[in-house]
Design a protein around this ligand. Structure first.
Ligand SMILES: *Cc1c(COP(=O)(O)O)cnc(C)c1O
Length: 376
């Protein structure tokens, strides 16, 4: 069994994907071909923002956003403690300092009160250093972006929505990746919308930032890439990936997003009362990048993972370590008292196979095994 069944996805869409790939090879316009512009147009329209700038991967997308805002050494950027490393890594890449914020136990997303306390803790002495908040739409559900946006603007901070896992999700009928002053996503193969390699995108309504990101993405280009007006990087989405993504965006909209929601509903029906099933808030829709349950304790979690593995069912622990305990951040000051939920989650979470090609039968089989462990 696959954790995310990309083979089945390809099998069911082989003709269209093969045609898209062959088209690029026929044209040999491998870098910045017309499919890249076409994809950017389609993504901006789907998400509901003015600009989409495709780039090399989701980490670079975050980095490009922070570069457009000139985030640098001395700046403080708030970020959840429970996330993939990239969300916090990019802050340090630019020499700025992350301030870790706890998450909500039910939704795994940034805890608004913890953010307020983190701000209060630095506000009095170092308000001038507070530059941005990075919010992550973890496991596919948008964070409480409406409330966090207000807080960020109250303190004149930029809001960066890391929608690497959130693409397709909704808050109040509005699509994820449209809430940040800049928002980003990743097309890593296992993400809700994945390509056949690395890829990412930046979204914004702001013309100036869109232009800056476009420049940073290609060596700080001015009128072309041989006219260099700032120090940038090389982070383009290649044409092959764009052509594949155009096909995959179609099936994502037509089928995959809705089907993931059906699969999630099967899991929740079978597992509620046995383990803590994921909570999707009434005004949200998740794209189910992960279906993550919580056990009573680490022993039960580890046992369930072992039993599933013995039966050929892959699971994953997202995430095993909170940011503030990562060795790479050993020199970043943090308040462990404030980060208790993140720390506890690492012991009890387990992500189950989740993708649009899972059948109800398979979900029920997985759930029976989990029930045996949890109810023993
Ligand atoms: C995957 C991911 C990223 C990074 O995306 P890449 O394309 O792998 O660089 C960033 N943030 C979050 C929350 C992610 O899950």
């Amino acid at each position: 069994m696959e954790f995310r069944d990309l083979k089945e996805q390809y099998k069911q869409n082989k003709e269209a994907i093969d045609r898209a790939i062959a088209g690029v090879i026929d044209n040999t316009h491998f870098i910045s071909g017309p499919q890249v512009t076409e994809l950017e147009k389609q993504l901006a329209e789907y998400v509901g923002v003015k600009h989409c700038i495709a780039c090399g991967n989701g980490t670079d997308a975050l980095l490009l956003a922070l570069m457009a805002w000139d985030i640098k050494a001395g700046d403080l950027v708030f970020v959840p403690d429970f996330t993939f490393f990239s969300s916090a890594e990019v802050i340090a890449t630019l020499g700025a300092t992350p301030v870790f914020v706890d998450v909500d136990y039910d939704t795994f997303n940034m805890d608004v009160d913890s953010l307020k306390r983190a701000i209060e803790a630095v506000e009095e002495k170092e308000r001038y250093r507070m530059k941005a908040v990075i919010v992550v739409d973890l496991f596919g559900q948008p964070a409480r972006l409406d409330e966090i946006k207000k807080i960020a603007s109250e303190y004149s901070m930029f809001l960066l929505e890391d929608g690497a896992q959130g693409f397709g999700g909704e808050l109040n009928g509005k699509k994820a990746c449209s809430f940040g002053d800049i928002s980003t996503t990743s097309f890593f193969p296992a993400k809700p919308l994945g390509c056949y390699g690395d890829g990412g995108a930046v979204f914004t309504d702001n013309d100036d930032w869109a232009e800056l990101v476009g420049s940073f993405r290609v060596h700080g280009k001015g009128k072309d890439k041989y006219d260099n007006v700032r120090i940038g990087m090389n982070s383009r989405l290649d044409t092959l990936q764009a052509a594949i993504l155009i096909e995959k965006l179609k099936i994502f909209k037509e089928y995959e997003f809705d089907r993931c929601n059906e699969v999630a509903a099967y899991y929740t029906r079978e597992l509620s009362g046995t383990v803590h099933t994921p909570v999707v808030l009434p005004d949200m829709r998740s794209s189910w990048a992960q279906y993550t349950v919580k056990f009573e304790n680490k022993e039960l979690r580890d046992k369930a993972a072992a039993v599933l593995k013995e039966n050929g069912i892959p699971t994953a622990i997202y995430y095993a370590k909170p940011m503030h305990l990562q060795k790479a951040f050993a020199d970043v000051p943090s308040n462990a008292e404030e980060l208790q939920v993140s720390t506890k989650l690492c012991d009890v979470v387990l992500s189950l196979p989740m993708h649009p090609y899972l059948t109800e039968e398979t979900v029920m089989k997985i759930c029976r095994m989990i029930k045996e462990v949890a109810e023993a």
